[in-house]
Design a protein around this ligand. Structure first.
Ligand code: ADP
Ligand code: MG
Length: 279
């Protein structure tokens, strides 16, 4: 039977937007030693803005943006949303395939349009110019680089304070991301997180979670985009409810409705308090 104290903990959580799927998850959360965060949409807002566009000259900047948008319309990724919004109304390609953690591919008659990371273009065997700063979405036609779109989002207002609190409590704090090393390290040092691992594919995030879990219990905090498997693999998975997909909410043990990293600290406090009542 489940001790009554857990119901108190679950109720107290739900009143402030921390939804716990079962008392056992509060129990595990109280034992966690490492808190692992996803970057995009979790520690950062995930609301990107296009900050620069460069092309090889074949298309204008606006044409490149619109071409990318015709592909990105099939994606729910934060980068896709920003590109689609910035491009304005265009028709999506009929055949589009998403490559999680890489980007997308669309079929345009006898041509193929690829939109995504440098790593994706390298995997396809396409050479691309050396990158500038920021998060970059490249656009390639068949094997020809057409240009790139640079985007930026911001660190969430309470991210630094959250990491500071966790470190004061004695937690090991880690960030995992599919984004470029340069962007990842800049975010990591801005918020003072202990360890940063970047340029990871969704399955590599799972491997990192498994490696970190060998020394003690781990919590993973994500937004559910390309990290649902990592959420499910952690001892406790917490999903930010703001943008979390249905699959992410299903993979998580706790749902943070307020989209605020600091609710991770609140959830940990709740788990410890509940435990004191139960034991
Ligand atoms: P994160 O871990 O930061 O949430 P993802 O794993 O979702 O990152 O994506 C990793 C990288 O793959 C992105 O930084 C981007 O370069 C590329 N990518 C993923 N999805 C898309 C997309 N829909 N459009 C363009 N690029 C994408
Ligand atoms: Mg993400």
């Amino acid at each position: 039977s489940i001790p009554l104290g857990y119901f108190g903990g679950i109720g107290a959580g739900s009143r402030r937007g921390i939804l716990v799927k079962g008392g056992e998850y509060l129990d595990v959360l109280a034992e966690v030693e490492t808190v692992i965060f996803d970057k995009t949409g979790t520690l950062t807002t995930g609301r990107f803005e296009v900050t620069d566009i460069a092309t090889n000259g074949e298309l204008t900047k606006n044409e490149l943006l619109q071409l990318a948008s015709r592909v990105e319309m099939a994606s729910t990724h934060p980068l896709a949303k920003a590109i689609v919004e910035q491009a304005g109304p265009v028709a999506p390609f009929a055949t589009i395939q998403e490559e999680p953690g890489y980007g997308l591919m669309a079929i345009d008659g006898e041509h193929r349009i690829y939109v995504g990371s440098a790593r994706y273009m390298k995997k396809l065997g396409c050479s691309i110019p050396t990158e500038t700063s920021g998060t970059i979405v490249h656009v390639v036609k068949n094997d020809r680089w057409l240009g790139r779109i640079e985007l930026r989002d911001e660190v969430k207002a309470d991210a630094e304070q959250t990491i500071r609190a966790l470190k004061q409590y004695g937690y090991r704090t880690v960030m995992l991301t599919g984004d470029r090393q340069e962007v990842a390290n800049a975010v990591g040092s801005a918020i003072g997180i202990d360890e940063v691992y970047s340029e990871l594919l969704p399955h590599q995030k799972v491997t990192e979670v498994e490696r970190l879990a060998t020394t003690g219990k781990v919590a993973f905090v994500g937004d559910g985009l390309n990290d649902a498997a990592a959420l499910a693999r952690a001892d406790v998975g917490l999903v930010m409810g703001g943008v979390g997909s249905d699959t992410a909410v299903a993979a998580a043990d706790l749902v943070l409705m307020n989209d605020a990293p600091h609710d991770v600290v609140a959830a940990i406090d709740l788990s410890k308090k509940t435990r004191r009542i139960v034991w």
